[in-house]
Design a protein around this ligand. Sequence first.
Ligand SMILES: N[C@@H](CCC(=O)N[C@@H](CS)C(=O)NCC(=O)O)C(=O)O
Length: 202
Amino acid sequence: MQIFYSTTSPFARIARIALAEKGCRELSHRLTDPWKDSPELLLANPSARVPTVVLDSGLPLTESLLIVLWLEAKYPNPSLLGDDPGTVISTAGIAMGAIEAAAAVIIGRKMTDAAFDESPVGLRRRRSIIQAMSRLEANPPDSNGPLPSLALITTVVALDYLRFRFAKSSWLPLLPKLDALALAARSRSAFAETLPHDMPVS
Ligand SMILES: N[C@@H](CCC(=O)N[C@@H](CS)C(=O)NCC(=O)O)C(=O)O
């Protein structure tokens, strides 16, 4: 099995953490900048995005949460949905909203430079991030259980991505509980080994 990923992508990090936590060890990691349109990535994923998993059969799997869905179907126990799947999925939805909004700001900057941040759409995305992270701070996901839940994975991925991409932003609220949660999660190799960082220059 192979996974195309980048070191910056929060979506790829979700898939990488989920695969590692489910014990998928026979995985070949293909570091790929999706913006450079690698022919192999384009062949596997018509959208040329990471994460993209290619199974040993050649079947490609795309979209971070669909990769998690496939993992849950293939290896149901222990589950990333914990004892209370409804709450886990609901919380993961809030974290995914923050991740999508943060990624939209970064992509917006590619189109219109940093001015995107203060544009009406940029400010709307910023509001999504503030609202979502404030809700998660008020009600952080549970960190007990045999595996980190999808709620914990997506919340930590959101927080670490914001700290990586918006380190100097004064508009982010204080998030002490989530900072502590993210720090604690790094005791697990799946989280520590996938912390976001700039892509190596090729
Ligand atoms: N909904 C997708 C989003 C994947 C995504 O947008 N990945 C970005 C990297 S963060 C990418 O590959 N972008 C390249 C592009 O949009 O062309 C998922 O959940 O996997």
